[in-house]
Design a protein around this ligand. Structure first.
Ligand code: TRP
Ligand code: SF4
Length: 326
């Protein structure tokens, strides 16, 4: 039987360059090898955004459009919304019966997020049990491979522990999912910090040529370089970090012309902006077409959830039998 690859994605709204190099790329590159499940986790979004929910649905649709425009092909991938799979919370409930609280208490992401997101009150049951919901996302289709970033590894470990415990208590049923780690290319934002929508330093995949140019012009370069003829230090320059991502093969000559003061920073930036915009052209055309055809996007989500719901209800009926309530 074909192996199943699954990943969940937070509906953060339109995607930026930083998103490109994570699990999305892994999903797209491996799409023809597995049965694929790619879903937008609106329930997980609720666990941290419950105080201000008005963007969740809009962001989700934007995200789906971007994903399709990037190359997630609904012919090969079940693309769906977490909250359309009502068997997930049912499985979450069953799994929560067998999950010791201590596993969740010691989860490093739990402690870290409470510390990091101080402005939000995360002392809720929903946030505490986040990893159980994630385990249900994965186990509901018995996924084999889960493309994730390193930050999600503790959650995947808890998923395996829960699966093992279930199998031990009620007989073998769940397989233990393995991670597929994305080689994380750290994409800097225009201010040099990690690119993130909330830092306001992101270049969005949908940005037009002018916007990209303006944003690249704002990037911090070598502070010691005042005149064009001053020798530059590309290693401290944010623009250069982008050249490494986009022009790795020519990187030595780009480095040289900077060190020798052969090119001014403004020209260097405008050239980069052109490279970025060129690379986004196909994507933007496709995105524009999809924006005019939202019905198609809703149809994709509907079809995706119909297929997954069949698998999910099978799992639930097996689980109920295994646990002895059916
Ligand atoms: N927790 C993941 C994140 O924040 C998203 C997620 C939810 C997920 N359920 C999943 C990822 C299942 C992989 C598999 O990025
Ligand atoms: Fe950076 Fe380019 Fe200026 Fe060199 S020339 S400091 S690489 S922007």
């Amino acid at each position: 039987m074909q192996k199943k690859m699954l990943t969940g994605f937070r509906p953060t709204g339109k995607l930026h360059l930083g998103h490109l190099h994570g699990n999305i790329k892994n999903m797209i590159q491996n799409q023809d090898k597995y049965e694929n499940f790619f879903f937008l986790v609106d329930w997980h979004a609720l666990s941290t955004e419950y105080q201000d929910t008005h963007n969740i649905k809009k962001n989700l649709i934007e995200c789906v459009i971007d994903l399709i425009a990037l190359g997630i092909n609904p012919e090969f991938t079940h693309l769906y919304r977490q909250s359309d799979i009502k068997a997930i919370p049912e499985l979450t409930l069953y799994l929560s019966m067998i999950t010791p609280m201590s596993w969740l208490e010691r989860c490093p992401t739990y402690k870290e997020q409470i510390r990091e997101l101080k402005a939000k009150d995360l002392s809720t049951l929903g946030f505490f049990s986040y990893p159980v919901l994630m385990a249900a996302d994965i186990l509901i289709v018995n996924a084999d491979i889960v493309p994730v970033g390193e930050d999600q590894l503790p959650h995947l470990e808890i998923t395996r522990e829960i699966a093992r415990r279930f199998n031990h208590l009620y007989g073998d049923y769940f397989s233990e999912p393995k991670e597929m780690l994305s080689k994380s290319t750290r994409v800097p934002g225009t201010d040099g910090r990690k690119m993130s929508k909330s830092y306001g330093n992101a270049i969005f995949l949908s940005d037009d040529r002018n916007t990209v140019k303006k944003k690249v012009r704002q990037m911090i370069t070598d502070p010691e370089r005042i005149r064009k003829t001053d020798p530059g230090h590309p290693r401290v320059c944010n623009v250069f970090a982008f050249y490494k991502i986009y022009r790795d093969r020519e990187i030595e000559s780009i480095e040289k012309r900077c060190r020798k003061g052969e090119i001014g920073c403004t020209a260097c930036k405008d050239e980069l902006a052109g490279i970025i915009s060129d690379s986004l052209e196909d994507f933007q055309e496709k995105r524009a077409r999809l924006l005019k055809d939202k019905e198609y996007v809703y149809e994709v989500l509907k079809k995706g959830s119909q297929k997954v719901n069949i698998i999910a209800s099978n799992t639930i009926s097996d689980v109920r039998k295994k646990m002895g309530i059916d």
